[in-house]
Design a protein around this ligand. Structure first.
Ligand code: UD1
Length: 419
């Protein structure tokens, strides 16, 4: 196992380019099951989760291969298995979105239920209700969801909450269903919109992606397509918080600023310069940070996937910041680790009060999930002396070449073997 060693204190300066979005790439890869023709994707990040998705597709009979550094060809000429195993789904919850396309293509699917995870219960009831509304029979047996439908038929689905994964699963199940499907209270995330763009390029008829109501007119079959995955807005926000905490000056060449309104607003409130110029989006800070109040919300609200990074940054604000987590019930695990580095954080239910500025001092720390790991790296960049982050397999699930990118901006960060 590896760990990351961060020597704090160096301001980040320079230019960085984002990788493709993990959360867009994963469901889009699953869409390859919907056609017997090749799907070619570019700007696919080289991540552990992407490898897990390739492994899952391979197990289902898809010919999955890298064509070059960031291009993947997925060819589901025949689908030879109907099962996504417990081993795969427990490694990566996003595997569960295979249910919709697998069922649509073959008439049946057996997919392990994901169970809980470090940040909360994360049930899949909305996915199931949606797939059922399209006429599938569903049974729960031995920890698996077994779905069966000769031919799915369009239906009207109202989601209790705008779940990203449920919207994607239902969308992929509905594109070749007989008739019309309407998903109300759908997730509006840019990643859902990117999936819809691919499906349309494959011949699907979809309108309203990016709004609360998505309408799908089922078509007989889909064909192959080529698609470039959108840049990763969560990586962008992470780099922004890293630049800000170090008092740096960083330009992100391909930051999707239109997907980062809530994040840019909160950073500006905190006294950070965020400006789009001809070269990209520049993030700079000369003065002290100011405290802010923020709530995580479904898109276009502030993303829960940037809450830990923002919390780390706000330990350096002059005053009390209030962070409320409304998406996941247990997503403050990083707070205790930040406290070990000297942060002053008071937690009460879904709210954390971060009192700053605290002098952070490097410490051995450990994270329980991907974004929490990034929060601890950000704190380490501003801490005195050395921070050692263990269990960095979490980071490698979702950040491509993070240490190389941060080093190129002047951070002193390196990998080492755990003893
Ligand atoms: C996706 C993202 C994840 C992000 C999250 C919220 C991927 C691969 N992952 O996860 O990084 O943090 O969106 O932006 O894209 N819920 C239910 N029943 C369901 C489904 C969800 O109650 O059937 C609840 C969840 O427990 C959670 C909330 O809805 O509290 C949001 O979850 P959801 O939007 O589904 O997140 P994911 O798609 O799992």
């Amino acid at each position: 196992m590896e760990k990351m060693i961060i020597h704090g204190g160096a301001p980040l300066r320079g230019t960085v380019t984002l990788s493709g979005s993990k959360n867009a790439a994963l469901p889009i890869m699953m869409a390859s099951l919907l056609t017997s023709e090749p799907l070619v994707l570019s700007n696919v990040p080289r991540l552990r989760d992407v490898k897990t998705a390739m492994d899952l597709l391979t197990q289902l009979g898809v010919a999955a291969r890298w064509i070059d550094d960031h291009r993947v060809e997925l060819h589901a000429a025949k689908v030879t298995s109907h099962e996504a195993s417990y081993e795969l789904v427990k490694t990566m919850r996003a595997s569960f979105v295979v249910l919709g396309p697998l069922l649509a293509r073959t008439g049946r699917a057996r997919v392990s239920t994901p169970g809980g995870c470090a940040i909360g219960a994360r049930p899949v009831n909305l996915h199931i209700a949606g797939i059922r509304a399209l006429g599938s029979k569903i049974q729960f047996r031995h920890g698996y969801v077994e779905a069966h439908a000769e031919k799915l038929t369009g239906g009207r689905i109202w989601l209790d909450s705008p779940s990203v994964g449920a919207t994607e699963n239902i969308l992929m199940a509905a594109v070749t269903a007989r008739g019309r499907t309407v998903i109300e209270n759908a997730a509006r995330e840019p990643e859902v919109q990117d999936l819809a763009r691919v499906l349309v390029a494959m011949g699907a008829k979809i309108s309203g992606a990016g709004t609360h109501v998505i309408e799908i007119e089922g078509v007989e079959r889909l064909h192959g397509a080529e698609h470039e995955v959108i840049p990763d807005r969560i990586e962008a926000g992470s780099m922004m918080a890293a630049a800000a905490i170090t008092g740096g000056d960083v330009t992100i060449t391909n930051a999707p600023i239109e997907h980062l309104e809530a994040v840019a607003t909160k950073l500006r409130e905190a006294g950070v310069t965020v400006e789009a110029n001809g070269k990209g989006v520049r993030i700079a800070r000369n003065n002290g940070l100011k405290p802010v109040e923020l709530r995580t919300l479904p898109y276009p609200g502030f993303p829960t996937d940037l809450q830990a990074q923002m919390m780390a940054m706000l330990t350096q604000a002059d005053g009390s910041s209030v962070i409320t987590e409304t998406i996941f019930e247990n997503r403050f695990m990083h707070a205790q680790e930040l406290a070990r580095m000297g942060a002053d954080i008071l937690m009460k239910g879904p709210t954390a009060v971060v009192r700053g500025p605290s002098k952070l001092s490097g410490a051995p720390v450990m994270a329980t999930d991907l974004r929490a790991s990034m929060g601890l790296i950000i704190a380490g960049l501003a801490a005195e002396h050395t921070t050692e982050l263990s269990r960095i397999y979490h980071l490698d699930r979702g950040y491509e070449a993070l240490d190389a990118k941060l080093s190129s901006l002047g951070a002193r960060i390196e990998r080492a073997q755990e003893q």
